[in-house]
Design a binder for this molecule. Structure first.
Ligand code: NAI
Ligand code: MG
Length: 803
């Protein structure tokens, strides 16, 4: 026999990693794991325990405590107690703790990797080479931010007690994504791992204790969705960070609506993997393996939709099938295994059901010749599966399967590819394969996703933000952008107000009080202002008007005008106009956007007296204060214009041979329900930055003082504002807010109003997971940095280099 023939007949021998260290660790605990609260191990108050099993064998690994709401309360109390001193601990000291944790994880890397593999079912190759190294990296990286916080984020402080709920697909990695930034910034934490995979979190708890982390800074409690629900509902929690299913994300969005709780959600995905004619197909095939068979496809950003250009589709599918034949499914502890076990029987059933549905709906299902072996194994195994002839609207093209199942579709042109890619409610990630870097980068800007990998896939690093567009959730984890999920602005006295000159809030308020209400200046009632939709003045659909009054004089109020009472139809028209204009405005150059806003400022300045009179008439401000407000508004327009081409992204220093571009992109269509104070200045301070960042707007002026906005129509008409990019609908704020927050074509809603109104907006926004930015109807306007951040979302584009 020749050597070449010999190699063909060689079969893989087993190369198992020993489970012993992990089993010994479990045995040391007598197979029973309590709750880690205040650096002590506590029994669950409800005396309920559940099993954690090894999905590759179906065998029980240990008993895990089911935390009750009483236990959640104890953990939150411990975190609250630890908070004042932890948040006041110098950044350098916090950095040392994070560093110590990172070192410990590295020292026990093998134990962590094996434990993760037997509890979750993922291959040892992945836990050893990817999960655990990234966990350590996350703590090192955030040790750096703890060190730099004072200098780099001087206006910010920790938020308080953070509740964190994580899924089972990357148990320890998700823990590190949550805990590292939280404690680096001075928060204290109550974290709950997913019920299928609690063990590495409990080993992590031991490490926290061993490095002497002060009691209460990190509390780890175990349990199922009931425990998670109790964490979400706990009144003394300041922030909730969740990763998991979109359904549960929605529940949490609704439950926290209108509370003070800050929220970040990292939800599902249906990420496109786009292959162009000129791609290096062999690399692309390896990319697919990584995109959909990494972690058995149980990856939120899995490249689960393969979009291939028609000319290479057959070739690609052929290569892919050949590669799938060679994949190895089996014992996750075997170092030569590519695909391990599915996390649990319930997940396996879901995959089977969706695959059946895919076939029933008419797609062509293909599995390797050895696929039947998977079902014969004890434990939960599923073969790599490829669907072709998939209709873009079919279930398997739209729904997150969370298993090793790929749905392939074809396209002809790059435009069609973008349309297909964006034909999803999700927007977590995308992968683009082409040797033409111009094309790839062009598409990267058009795909709606928080992360775009060019000629690569599933690249992660602590230095790069990760998170979704659309229904994939909001907030970023990692990178400088991720820190903002765990900090808040220091109280106003310590930072500059957005109004830099002319009118400070106190000054304006005093002048209003002392104005003596100079109503003599008020002109007679003239006309009913219309709406401003699609660049045209439009009559209110309902044909109703609302009276607008000046400030109270004793018991009476002076009628100063009328505005249209907008209804659902007006909002629909305005949103439609904004949606139609959004893409063009987002693509306008930053220079162009700045020009339009400078022009607006110029035209407003030409009418200073008129606008000042209007402010006085509505608010009772003195002429001086009103002029100062107009001046301040003009200055704000200049500021917004200035930022249009200066709100730069970053290049993250990830360790891969890669340029990782963190690019701020517009949200799309933003609805802004204006506050009452400073009717003109508020428009300039909120709407202008949103506009400058490339968003199309639907503005609902303050119902108390709407006339400064309706007077703007003529200014807008003469300032080259593209039709539809700024729409104004007057009317009842809460009524219009309801329609806007339920509207699927609004990407972000900013609402100034009372707490119940804020709650209603946040609750309704859960339907399409739109971003919300809520504030009071009066008082200081938000800080410009915050406004700019709310007006944008960061996309991380990974561009590899090297031959
Ligand atoms: P899940 O969303 O129910 O679980 C995630 C975490 O939330 C777990 O810790 C769970 O205990 C907790 N949880 C469940 N109900 C809760 C509630 N009402 N309030 C607070 N916390 C709650 O996800 P599950 O059931 O494990 O998986 C179901 C599907 O979700 C998967 O098939 C997959 O499609 C998707 N999924 C997506 C993930 C992602 O990273 N995008 C991660 C895990 C699951
Ligand atoms: Mg398990």
């Amino acid at each position: 026999m020749k050597v070449a023939e010999l190699t063909k007949s060689l079969v893989y021998g087993a190369a198992p990693e020993a489970a012993k260290p992990a089993l010994d660790w479990i045995a040391e605990h007598n197979g029973r794991f309590q709750l880690f609260i205040n650096n002590e191990w506590k029994n669950p108050s409800g005396k309920e325990w559940f099993d954690s099993t090894n999905p590759a064998t179906g065998r029980k690994l240990g008993s895990i405590a089911q935390a009750t709401s009483t236990d959640v309360n104890a953990a939150v109390k411990a975190a609250r107690k630890a908070y004042p001193s932890w948040s006041a601990t110098p950044g350098h000291i916090r950095a040392r703790y994070l560093y110590a944790i990172a070192r410990q994880i590295q020292k026990h890397a093998r134990l962590f990797a094996v434990l993760e593999t037997i509890d979750n079912g993922k291959p040892i190759r992945e836990t050893r080479d990817i999960d655990i190294p990234l966990v350590a990296r996350h703590f090192y990286y955030h040790a750096g931010w703890a060190q730099l916080m004072d200098k780099e984020l001087p206006d910010h402080q920790a938020i308080g007690v953070v509740a964190q709920i994580i899924p089972w697909n990357f148990p320890l990695l998700m823990l590190s994504w949550k805990i590292a930034p939280a404690i680096a910034m001075g928060n204290t934490v109550v974290l709950k791992p997913a019920e299928f995979t609690s063990l590495t979190a409990l080993l992590f708890a031991e490490i926290c204790a061993s490095v002497g982390l002060p009691p209460g800074v990190v509390n780890i409690i175990t349990g199922d969705g009931r425990t998670g629900g109790a964490m979400v509902d706990h009144p003394d929690v300041d922030k909730i960070a969740f990763t998991g299913s979109t359904d549960v994300g929605r529940i949490i969005r609704k439950a926290t609506a209108g509370t003070h709780k800050k929220l970040s959600l990292e939800l599902g995905g249906k990420s496109p993997f786009m292959v162009f004619d000129d791609a290096d197909l062999d690399s692309a095939v390896e990319g697919v393996v990584d995109a959909i068979w990494f972690n058995q496809g149980q990856v939120c950003c899995a490249g689960s939709r393969l979009l291939v250009q028609e000319g290479v589709a057959d070739k690609m599918v052929k290569k892919l099938r050949a590669r799938m034949e060679k994949l190895r499914v089996g014992d996750p502890l075997d170092k030569a295994v590519d695909i391990g076990a599915i996390v649990a029987p319930v997940q396996l059933k879901q995959i089977q059901a969706l695959v059946k549905l895919g076939a029933d709906e008419g797609a062509t299902m293909w599995q390797p010749s050895w696929a039947a072996e998977c079902a014969k194994r004890e434990g939960c195994f599923y073969p790599p599966t490829l669907f072709t002839n998939v209709a873009p609207a079919s279930t398997i093209a739209q729904v997150e399967i969370f298993g090793p199942v790929l749905a392939a579709m074809t396209f002809r042109t790059p435009e069609e590819a973008v349309k297909l890619a964006n034909n999803s409610r999700y927007g977590l990630a995308a992968s683009i394969w082409s040797e033409d870097i111009n094309l790839a980068l062009d598409l990267a800007t058009q795909v709606k996703a928080g992360t775009v990998w060019i000629n690569s896939t599933n690249q992660f690093d602590a230095a790069s933000g990760f998170g979704g567009y659309r229904e994939s959730g909001f907030g970023r984890e990692g990178g400088r952008e991720g820190l903002f999920e765990y900090i808040k602005r220091k109280p106003a006295k310590e930072v500059k107000a957005p109004v830099s000159k002319g009118v400070s809030s106190q000054k304006a308020a005093t002048s209003r009080a002392s104005a003596g209400v100079s109503l003599s200046m008020a002109p007679a009632i003239d006309r009913t202002a219309k709406m401003f939709i699609g660049g045209k003045q439009a009559r209110p659909d309902g044909g109703l008007s609302i009276n607008v009054y000046g400030p109270a004089v004793g018991k009476s109020r002076n009628l100063i005008g009328e505005v249209g009472a907008g209804n659902r139809k007006d909002i629909r028209n305005a949103v439609e106009a904004a949606r139609a204009a959004a893409a063009g405005w987002a693509k306008a150059t930053a220079h162009n956007r700045a020009q339009v806003i400078y022009f607006l400022a110029e035209n407003l300045a030409a009418r200073t007296d008129e606008f000042a009179r209007r402010i006085t008439q509505q608010t009772g401000f003195s002429a001086n204060a009103a002029h100062a407000e107009v001046d301040a508004a003009i200055e704000q327009l200049f500021t917004a214009a200035a930022w249009a081409d200066k709100y730069d992204g970053r290049i993250h220093g990830v360790p891969q041979r890669n340029v990782t571009l963190a690019v701020p992109e517009p949200m799309g269509t933003v609805a802004i329900l204006m506050p009452d104070d400073y009717p003109l200045l508020a428009l300039a301070a909120l709407a202008a930055p949103a506009f400058a960042m490339g968003n199309a707007l639907v503005i609902v002026p303050s119902p108390a003082h709407p006339l400064s906005a309706t007077d703007l129509y003529q200014v807008l008409e003469t300032s080259d504002v593209p039709h539809g990019t700024i729409n104004i609908v007057t009317g009842n704020r809460d009524e219009l807010a309801k329609t806007l927050s339920e509207h699927d074509d609004i990407d972000s809603i900013w609402y100034a109003g009372p707490t119940p109104g804020q709650a209603a907006v946040q609750k309704a926004s859960a339907a399409n997971m739109k971003r919300t930015f809520v504030m009071d109807a009066s008082g200081a306007l938000p800080n410009l940095d915050d406004v700019l951040r709310e007006a944008t979302q960061v996309k991380n584009i990974w561009v590899p280099y090297g031959a």
